[in-house]
Design a protein around this ligand. Structure first.
Ligand SMILES: C[S@@+](CC[C@H](N)C(=O)[O-])C[C@H]1O[C@@H](n2cnc3c(N)ncnc32)[C@H](O)[C@@H]1O
Length: 309
């Protein structure tokens, strides 16, 4: 299968909204290259600095790349993306350029190899692509990942906020369901924290396949049950933790089911929520019976930890 790569150049104000727009229009594997990242540099674990390659970053504004399989791509997508960006409320769009390129299946892996290097995703977890050699420090947990066509390399704010919540709140023996597992990264993190049993579901069959492969690479395929699934529909087994890093309007659909499925004092880690929708989600959670334990915010995104009190 070959892929279509869509490259956008946008101004910084559009960036917090672009992943949601592209995800809603069916994109997989969204890469955001922000010129501010280069200026910031990345000081990583234990004083080590991973040099960012300037060639990977634009000098100004934000470059966004996303990918569609040849079966999903249609020419109208380009105008649909532009329409959705220009329809953003209260956001001034001062730059919008869009172009496409064809990517052969065999070049796909190399594309990711160019973009994706080892990095510290949270206090404890460092994500290392499966093709990179990396010597971890004693208290560093390595997650080996091949993101392929699934979302979840850990460098998106929504994923790294979830990783931090998992490392702070998931304790040995807690049962977990990871809804919208994507690359499987959050299930792997939960497993490393000692959670069991763990079930990982995704609507997208490709994500399920990628997650299974990542569980195998991380030696936890036997510990994580993987399946296609739509939110919590049909889930009956009680859980201590529900994790969902999807999008606000989708998270919204599962709040009541999450409350029902959780054990008393169970935790709901929800992310993929843009700041504008935070209140809608926290209000719905509170109405459902949750108490909000903590809210994390980063780059316009919000992660919420709610407890079935
Ligand atoms: C933003 S990605 C999150 C991936 C990973 N959990 C992470 O945190 O990086 C959202 C994932 O949710 C999946 N998804 C979207 N709608 C879903 C639904 N209704 N039920 C289950 N999964 C869904 C998508 O296929 C995608 O893999």
């Amino acid at each position: 299968m070959d892929y279509k790569e869509i490259t956008l150049m946008i101004n910084h104000e559009v960036e917090p909204f672009i992943a949601e727009i592209l995800n809603e229009l069916g994109a997989n594997g969204v890469v955001i290259e922000d010129s501010l990242e280069l200026q910031k540099g990345r000081i990583e674990t234990f004083g080590e600095i991973y040099e960012l390659n300037p060639a990977d970053y634009p000098e100004q504004d934000v470059r966004v790349k996303c990918y569609y399989s040849e079966y999903d791509y249609k020419d109208e997508l380009l105008s649909d993306i532009e329409k959705a960006v220009r329809a953003l409320q209260d956001v001034e769009v001062t730059r919008f350029e869009i172009e496409t390129a064809d990517i052969k299946d065999e070049d796909w892996e190399n594309e990711w190899k160019n973009h994706f290097h080892a990095f510290k995703a949270s206090e404890r977890f460092t994500v290392v692509p499966s093709w990179e050699d990396y010597q971890p420090a004693d208290d560093e947990e390595i997650i080996h990942l091949d993101p392929g066509m699934a979302f979840g390399t850990g460098d998106h704010a929504t994923t790294s906020m979830c990783l931090r919540l998992v490392e702070e709140y998931v304790k040995p023996g807690m049962s977990v369901i990871d809804v919208g597992t994507g690359s499987g990264i959050l299930s792997i993190a939960a497993h490393r924290m000692g959670a069991a049993p763990i079930r990982a579901v995704d609507l997208d069959k490709v994500a399920v396949r990628v997650a299974e492969e990542n569980f195998r690479i991380n030696h936890c395929a036997d510990a994580i049950e993987t399946d296609t699934g739509n939110l919590l529909v049909g889930e009956t087994e009680k859980r201590d933790v529900v994790i969902a890093n999807i999008l606000a309007h989708i998270v919204d659909l599962m709040i009541d089911d999450a409350f029902t499925l959780l054990n008393d004092e169970g935790l709901f880690i929800a992310s993929g929520i843009i700041e504008e929708k935070e209140q809608m989600i926290t209000e719905h959670m509170t109405e459902a019976g949750f108490s909000i334990r903590t809210i994390r915010r980063e780059k316009g995104w919000v992660a919420i930890l709610a407890e079935k009190a």
